[in-house]
Design a protein around this ligand. Structure first.
Ligand code: 5AD
Length: 316
């Protein structure tokens, strides 16, 4: 289990699918204070987790030094692995955070189809970071490296999805997140998906954004990358609230990331609609997740939960 804390919904980017994209002016923005984040870290530790995941939009208000200080403080207080998921950042930031003690970094490449990637990810100003290259640099800096894709992006074909899975192997990823594309009605891609759904035209190459296909991609990825950590994603449990999370675990995933963001903020981090938004405390969220995992006969692991893939690489 990893304790997920969504530390900021401020974002500089305008990704066509995402509910917290910069052009959504009606989203109420927040950035958690260092003390609020430290309180969450204490909760993550008390619940017995070995990892805290700090996730945010691409928020350049999260300053290099500020976060480095916070990482050092969490490491002093608790024996926790720290995973960062903060978007495309400069090498200087990544290096400083690594030196401060960050262990892992997550950055999905979303699709291996370059043209499709560029269509749905407008560049920020002049700057254009190649995510595949950034994943390579993260690896060189000594991070455990995670990536992943969405399944069923409008314009995604079976062929590119197969190529995505090949790329997981080529990049020798330690963590791979795979979730269905969930159309957000207030985004360009959500609207495109809805318009396509209304016409009867069937495109046989278009990958559906459904549960079954997501499970297939998870299962194939498990076969191709046997030592990677694969989360059963929140997006999966969103499109099948009854048992998506469990089915993900039964089809190859081995990680769950309970959302321990304070409830008031959690509701403002709607990258897609339908995210559970009850006024539950971290420990209530934990109890629910634990019950579900135990109900399918699984035993929850302890410790940091480093990726066996990374361990194998360092040993050999
Ligand atoms: N549907 C599904 N997944 C989404 N993400 C962002 N927006 C959506 C959406 N509408 C995923 C992206 C991103 C991760 C944090 O959430 O893959 O990398």
């Amino acid at each position: 289990l990893r304790g997920l804390v969504e530390v900021s919904n401020v974002c500089a980017r305008d990704c066509h699918y995402c509910g917290i994209r910069v052009s959504r002016t009606d989203v109420s923005r927040y950035r958690m204070s260092a003390n609020e984040i430290l309180e969450c870290a204490a909760t993550v530790h008390e619940l017995g987790y070995g990892t805290i995941v700090l996730q945010a939009g691409e928020d350049h208000g999260i300053r290099r030094d500020w976060l480095a200080g916070l990482i050092r403080r969490i490491k002093l207080d608790h024996d926790l692995a720290i995973t960062l998921s903060l978007g495309e950042r400069d090498d200087a930031d990544l290096l400083e955070w690594r030196e401060a003690g960050a262990d892992r970094y997550l950055l999905r490449f979303e699709t291996s189809d370059r043209a499709l990637f560029e269509k749905i990810h407008p560049a920020r100003g002049e700057r254009c970071i190649d995510r595949i290259e950034m994943l390579g640099r993260l690896r060189e800096m000594g991070y455990e490296v995670g990536s992943g894709v969405m399944v069923g992006i409008p314009g995604q074909t079976y062929e590119t999805l197969a190529r995505d899975i090949e790329l997981f192997r080529e990049l020798d990823l330690d963590m791979i997140g795979i979730g269905p594309f969930v159309p957000h009605p207030d985004t360009p891609l959500g609207q495109e998906a809805e318009a396509k759904r209304r016409t009867d035209a069937i495109d046989i190459n278009q990958v559906p954004a459904d549960e079954l296909l997501t499970y297939k991609v998870v299962a194939l990825t498990r076969l191709i990358c046997p030592d990677a950590n694969l989360p059963s994603t929140t997006a999966l449990s969103t499109i099948n609230k009854a048992n998506g999370r469990e089915l993900g675990l039964m089809r190859g995933a081995n990680i769950v990331m309970p959302n321990l963001t304070p409830a008031a903020y959690r509701c403002r981090y709607q990258i897609y609609p339908g995210k559970e938004c009850f006024d539950e405390s971290g420990s209530q969220v934990h109890v629910g997740v634990k019950r579900r995992i135990e109900a399918i006969g699984r035993v929850i692991g302890t410790g940091r939960g480093d990726s066996p893939n990374k361990r194998k690489r360092t040993v050999s």
